[in-house]
Design a protein around this ligand. Structure first.
Ligand code: HEC
Ligand code: HEC
Length: 147
């Protein structure tokens, strides 16, 4: 039994305490490596848009909202409560601005209109369809006029 022989030799060479310490050390290093590798995807607060959206796509969609409604990002996003550094930065993750939830309903409606009433390219994710867009109705106004 070569395994038992090797183990016995190891036990005589190192004390059990040493082996345990070394084992603990190895585990510590492995856990450390796992912790460094784990968080690759950004923590995002997305309920309508696809979770795997790229930064560029997200940014371009948000800019279309500004244009279509004739507003700034602050219309739907609040300023952070504690602002270190950049004074103009907004807390995009936060849902504290009620207009953001209104906008989510509008996004769902727009997706549904595109999917339900128009022929659409099945390769495109429904959230990215643009037959009907915010601009179709809003035309640069946050509250489109009734007539
Ligand atoms: C009409 C409202 C509206 C406007 C204007 C708007 N946003 Fe948003 N934004 C939203 C909504 C709603 C979400 C969340 C979407 C979801 O839940 O899928 C969001 C999400 C985001 C996120 C992702 C936040 C996260 O959780 O990681 C970023 C970043 C963002 N917006 C940036 C911007 C920027 C930059 C502008 C201005 C150029 C802007 N937004 C203008 C409504 C708006
Ligand atoms: C089919 C037409 C239509 C489309 C498409 C549309 N909206 Fe609207 N939206 C409206 C109308 C009409 C109002 C005004 C409701 C009112 O005056 O009470 C409105 C109001 C809003 C408001 C004000 C809050 C509220 O709920 O009244 C926000 C924010 C908004 N829309 C965002 C968007 C965004 C973002 C998109 C694109 C994702 C979008 N809308 C697409 C018709 C539309």
């Amino acid at each position: 039994m070569p395994l038992i022989k090797t183990l016995r030799r190891l036990f005589t060479m190192f004390s059990i305490k040493k082996i345990l310490t070394m084992g603990g050390l190895c585990l510590f290093v492995l856990l450390g490596m796992a912790a460094i590798k784990a968080p690759t995807q950004k923590l995002r607060n997305l309920k309508v848009l696809p979770k795997d959206i790229s930064d560029a796509k997200l940014d371009s969609i948000m800019h279309t909202y500004n244009k279509a409604l004739g507003v700034n990002c602050e219309f739907c996003h609040v300023k952070p409560r504690f602002n270190l550094g950049n004074k103009d930065s907004l807390d995009y993750f936060s849902d504290a601005e009620p207009m953001k939830e209104n906008a989510r309903k509008m996004m769902e409606m727009t997706i549904s209109l595109n999917k339900t009433y128009f022929y659409f390219n099945k390769d495109v994710q429904p959230a990215y369809l643009t037959t009907i867009t915010c601009k179709t109705c809003h035309q640069g106004e946050p509250f489109p006029p009734e007539d």
